[in-house]
Design a protein around this ligand. Structure first.
Ligand code: NA7
Length: 549
């Protein structure tokens, strides 16, 4: 039963009300909403605590100009027929406003908001062995006491400010992309600077180039972006996309990335060059991530093949850029890193905007940023790039940051940051020894970094739901992964990674975008089918790798 009552005296840190729950879910994005809906279906009392004022997780925060999904819209949804039959996006790759409308639709259909506490940020938690209950503290003073905690904080919950001197000196408008004001910001006609050319930077550049009097893009690593092939969807197109969706939702869990396509095979080595080129052309023409996760897996394992793919990409892109110097910066002759081992973005006119007179590219490897001044960005060549608006598209402490920033104490009093100081070990990327009855989704060593969000929320999420249900049915009250299982999963992830080119790029996949973070593949690169198989084997063996009590 859910009950809300005044806090008892003597409960440490409690200044407000207490929710007594079976399960506290943290975060109201895809993962959190799936949990809430399913746990309620099982008759459990569950609530979601959400730091933002609305639904959507990262899509609550992401409202910078151009913020958009890199997944085919029909698959950027839950597979539940009550949901997808009643909703269509207006574009093939929806913008953040459309995604927010989708979350409202989910809320209206399942009545989720009544169990969500918005503007409530979880700051820490402790586990009481005597009654096997977590006490969870929030920034509002509200507390939850819950038998289980499921952290659904997403892979990008902790924005990273660049370590550039003088950031506070800038007199103009300056925001990190993830902290863009919810009521917008006027950028039309302004001199805009964008630092960073990841997925966010690419989207910002496209949007800002259309409205800025001058746009200066500070690039450290070129983004090997792929054509999105965006289009508006009229009623006929929407109806067409719905054909066969039931089957597609059922099948997507059998694909590597949980989407509408899969790798064509393990290896392309035997395919004649002309035929392979035709395949690449076809993937390129269809757009989206097909050229990346819908080709052959050996692009990740075979350097010669990877280089061939890179050269195909490079030549396509360079055709669009007029200035050869700029072309060399954006699509270098020699690959900056193997293709696809750092997340490519989807682009619409990203490369074309660099042909515009109002757009300039600054390579910070040639001319490093020395400091931010009152007026803009000073680079090592002595040029002060004057700006009215400075946008930091510098990314996140990806995958782990959302968890390690919390003061959640395990059985030995340790935080997750301390537990993982030398690297992450976590059973199925879902549980860690020393933190009983605590489960996390989209976390380190889970498939989330390579998988479509909603699919991952369903696949990994359903495993968590089944585990909790299994325990309830048997009257079990404590679950903890074993240290051996955590290590085994880490080693399994590393073993797959060692056979690939992923360690060859400085990417957030490998934790390399954050100084001091232990270098390690943080995302399970085995694909969803293998991930599901591993869980199924554990379940069949009575939840091998977990100690149930
Ligand atoms: P990313 O992908 O981490 O991109 C951050 C970008 O910012 C990247 O180009 C970085 O260059 C650049 N960066 C970071 N710090 C600096 C400094 N100090 N100077 C210059 N450039 C810098 O974050 P996004 O927000 O774009 O995307 C995150 C994920 O969200 C994305 O992959 C999707 O899954 C959705 P670098 O490449 O490190 O050289």
């Amino acid at each position: 039963m859910t009950s809300t009552r005044p806090a008892p005296d003597g409960v440490i840190g409690v200044t407000g009300e207490v929710d007594e729950l079976d399960v506290l879910v943290v975060g109201a994005g895809f993962a959190g909403l799936y949990q809430l809906h399913r746990l309620r279906e099982l008759g459990l009392s569950a609530k979601v605590y959400e730091a933002g004022s609305g639904l959507g997780g990262i899509w609550y925060w992401n409202c910078y100009p151009g913020a958009r999904v890199d997944t085919h819209g029909p698959h950027y949804q839950f597979g539940h027929p009550d949901l997808w039959r009643g909703f269509d996006y207006d574009e093939l790759y929806p913008g953040y406003d459309q995604v927010r409308a989708y979350f409202d639709h989910v809320d209206a259909t399942f009545g989720l908001s009544r169990d969500i506490r918005y503007d409530t940020r979880v700051v820490g938690a402790t586990f009481d062995e005597s009654d096997r209950t977590w006490t969870v503290r929030t920034d509002t003073g509200r507390t939850a006491r819950a038998r289980f905690v499921v952290l659904c904080t997403g892979i990008g919950a902790k924005p990273v400010m660049p370590d550039i001197p003088g950031l506070g000196d800038f007199r103009g408008i300056c925001h990190h992309s993830a902290l863009w004001p919810q009521d917008g910001e006027s950028i039309d006609g302004k001199r805009i600077g964008v630092i960073g050319t990841g997925a966010t930077g690419v989207q910002l550049v496209q949007e800002c180039a259309a409205v800025a009097s001058r746009l200066t893009v500070f690039q450290r690593t070129p983004n090997l972006a792929l054509p999105m092939r965006q289009r508006k969807l009229d009623d006929a197109a929407k109806a067409e996309l719905r054909v066969g969706m039931d089957a597609q939702y059922a099948e997507r869990v059998d694909t590597f990335g949980g989407v509408e396509f899969d790798f064509l095979g393990e290896t392309s080595a035997e395919i004649p060059a002309a035929e392979l080129r035709e395949i690449y052309e076809g993937l390129w023409a269809r757009g989206g991530f097909r050229f990346w996760l819908g080709s052959f897996f050996d692009v990740f394992t075979d350097e010669a093949i990877n280089t061939r793919v890179y050269e195909f990409w490079r030549d396509k892109v360079r055709e669009r850029i007029h200035d050869p110097v700029v072309a060399e910066k954006l699509a270098p002759t020699v690959p900056p890193h193997p293709f696809g081992v750092k997340r490519p973005s989807l682009e619409q006119n990203y490369y074309d905007v660099f042909n515009q007179d109002n757009v300039r590219l600054v390579d910070v490897n040639d001319t490093p940023i020395q400091r931010i001044t009152e007026n803009g960005v000073l680079t090592a060549d002595g040029v002060e790039h004057e700006l009215d608006v400075l946008i930091l598209a510098t990314g996140f402490d990806m995958v782990t940051g959302g968890l390690t920033q919390l003061d959640i104490r395990g059985t030995e009093g340790q935080t997750m940051a301390e537990q993982w100081a030398d690297g992450v070990a976590a059973h199925f990327g879902t549980a860690v020894h020393g933190f009983p009855n605590l489960l996390f989704l989209y976390g380190p060593l889970s498939p989330a970094g390579f998988a479509n969000g909603p699919t991952n929320a369903e696949v990994q999420g359903e495993e968590v739901v089944m585990l909790i249900d299994h325990m309830n049915r048997r009257g079990l009250t404590r679950v903890e992964s074993t240290a051996e299982a955590d290590a085994e999963w880490r080693d399994h992830t590393a073993e797959i990674t060692d056979g690939t080119l992923f360690p060859r790029a400085r990417s957030w996949y490998m934790g390399a975008n954050i100084a001091g973070k232990a270098p390690q593949m943080l995302n399970y690169p085995g694909g969803l089918p293998q991930y599901r198989q591993k869980w199924a084997e554990s379940r069949a063996a009575g939840y091998a790798g977990f100690e149930l009590a």
